[in-house]
Design a protein. Structure first.
Length: 574
């Protein structure tokens, strides 16, 4: 304890003046630090310089500080108390919550690290300093490598996002297994019969879609169609021929900008609405999305822009005739007396949207390929559409007028229907009129009857579908037309058509259906033509990107043809 008091005395000597005599020449008796310097000198803790001065204004070096500490060590003996396990109050105050402190109670210091614990941690750090240093270098190197790898991956992802390739492949087969010759199906094709025993009607249609991203707003699209389905459907190629074509079906650039609007330029898909210039479904037996959507292929530009509830669309296009004129049937023989293709069509459409309803108005001009005396070669088209939903009901309709040049009479067409839809029932009924000589209207020919455009008819139509369960559904379709002008030719003179069918989901992957169809119509030179058919089909999903379809059809065409047809289709998305 004596040594402890001695140490305390030394400490206090550093802060409090002591009355001792100093021998330093530069520390006079009236100096403010005279007593402290004299006391340290008397204890032997400090000594002067050889010239006898203390040199108090001189900076203390580390060597001099070490000498002072060395002179203090003898004051600490073996009996000195061990205070290494204690901390100062000022240190504890930093960890104490002042609001929780209750005077007179002991603070809970169990969660604080002791000096011994810190000393052990320091010892471990010192012991493994080389390993930790080496590890630090490896981590930094690893971080740099990861950053470089991320940069490369980002570049690859950006390149991959810049070019995307996908497509759809359809492989179809159709054959007459027995029946009368010549045998034609609903599409007007003559499948392979027993006259060609070494061949089957095998069709291929492969669509390859390529999308290239120029920047965030501009993309370039290319669609290649490979196969022979187009040739056989449109160009009359014999079913036993196996030659295939590669056609650049679409090639266009598209830009989308919220401020400036959307524009497409090139050879592109084109559709105004479902009433005007819409290609009818091109196949009864096989489903090909690019054809069944009713979209035409054209060359030109198509621009659209929204202005709040309003929108505007402007276009200038030329129809494409790759296979023959009827590849775009609604652009051929557009006016009464015209027998040539349309090679230019420009127009503007304005739309107004209110809630889910939509109103449009359209005006367009078109020109024919050549000028022929006493035959129209130019004309105007104008009209509009209206769609209004109310509850589970809706009204949908369109009205358009075609006005040829050279004094020919204008003709019109209109279509209006009332529909209803809920979770189980879907039904619609309407009335349609297409005046003689009006061919701009979409080909509203009878379902599953020969794919021909038609004019000069009017009448009622309706369809219904009811889902009894999630797996079972019944459906039906009915159309009843007559000539609009009895003095002109009509393909639909006293035409009637109905269809009933049922489909059932055997599993989540399998679906079967059964259809019965009957149509009566005037076509060609034979009056009162009648067609009956029964179709049994099976659809199956094969994974997430493939499906197959197999069908059998009994086809009876008046007293001329009775045929049993089988067909199949494999569709693969990639």
């Amino acid at each position: 304890m004596k040594k402890l008091f001695m140490v305390l005395a030394v400490v206090f000597a550093l802060a409090a003046p002591m009355f001792a005599q100093s021998t330093f020449a530069d520390v006079p008796r009236d100096h403010w630090a005279y007593d402290a310097v004299s006391e340290l000198e008397s204890l032997g803790l400090v000594i002067g310089y050889p010239d006898g001065e203390f040199k108090g204004k001189r900076t203390l070096t580390r060597y001099e500080f070490a000498m002072v500490l060395a002179r203090l060590l003898p004051f600490f003996g073996e009996d000195a108390p061990d205070v290494t396990g204690f901390v100062k109050k000022s240190d504890l105050d930093k960890y104490m919550l002042k609001d929780d402190y209750v005077p007179g109670t002991d603070a809970d210091l169990s969660g604080l690290a002791t000096a011994d614990a810190l000393a052990k941690i320091k010892a471990l750090v010192d012991e493994f300093q080389p390993e930790l240093a080496a590890l630090g270098v490896d981590v930094n190197t690893l971080k740099a490598d990861v950053a470089a790898l991320k940069s490369r991956v980002a570049a690859l992802e950006d390149e991959q996002a810049r070019i995307k390739i996908n497509g759809i492949a359809n492989f179809m087969v159709e054959s007459v297994i027995s029946g009368d010759n010549p045998a034609f199906d609903y599409d007007g094709l003559a499948p392979i019969t027993k006259l060609f025993k070494r061949h089957q009607s095998f069709y291929k249609d492969i669509q390859l879609d390529i999308k290239g991203r120029v920047n965030d707003k501009v993309n370039v699209y290319t669609t290649l169609v490979m196969g022979d389905w187009m040739d056989k459907l449109f160009n009359g190629e014999a079913p036993q021929d196996t030659m295939s074509d590669i056609v650049p079906y679409y090639m266009y650039a598209a830009s989308s900008d919220e401020t400036w609007g959307d524009i497409r330029v090139g050879r592109m898909p084109f559709q105004i609405n479902k009433f005007l210039f819409k290609r009818a479904g091109d196949s009864t037996y096989f489903g090909i999305d690019s054809l069944d959507a009713g979209i035409l292929d054209v060359v030109g530009f198509d621009y659209s822009k929204s202005f709040g509830a309003f929108d505007a669309r402007v276009w200038g296009i030329r129809p494409v005739y790759d296979w023959n004129d009827y590849a775009n049937p609604e652009f051929v023989d557009l006016f009464t007396g015209a027998t040539q293709k349309v090679t230019g069509f420009g127009g503007v459409q304005v739309g107004f949207n209110f809630n889910d309803a939509r109103l449009t108005a359209l005006y367009g001009k078109m020109g024919a390929e050549n000028k022929i005396p006493f035959s129209p070669d130019k004309g105007d088209v104008y009209g509009g559409t209206l769609y209004v939903p109310f509850g589970q009901f809706y009204v949908d309709g369109g009205y358009f007028v075609a006005k040829p040049n050279k004094g020919f009479d204008k003709t019109a067409a209109w279509d209006a229907k009332l529909g209803f839809a809920n979770d189980k029932l879907e039904a619609a009924a309407g009335y349609r009129t297409v005046e003689a000589g009006y061919n701009q209207f979409t080909a509203n020919n009878l379902t599953c009857l020969f794919d021909m455009k038609a004019d000069n008819y009017k009448g009622y139509y309706g369809n219904v579908s009811y889902r009894f369960t999630d797996a079972f559904r019944l459906y039906g379709d009915y159309q009843d037309y007559e000539a609009d002008d009895n003095t002109a030719w009509s393909d639909f003179e006293d035409a009637k058509y109905f269809k009933v069918g049922a489909e059932y989901d055997l599993t989540d992957l399998d679906n079967i259906y059964l259809d019965f169809e009957q149509g009566k119509f005037n076509y060609g030179l034979l009056p009162s033509n009648k067609v009956d058919s029964i179709t049994l089909g099976w659809n199956r999903k094969v994974g997430d990107n493939a499906k197959i379809k197999v069908l059998y059809e009994y086809f009876k065409y008046g007293n001329i043809q009775k045929t049993h047809i089988v067909g199949g289709q494999l569709t693969v998305n990639f």
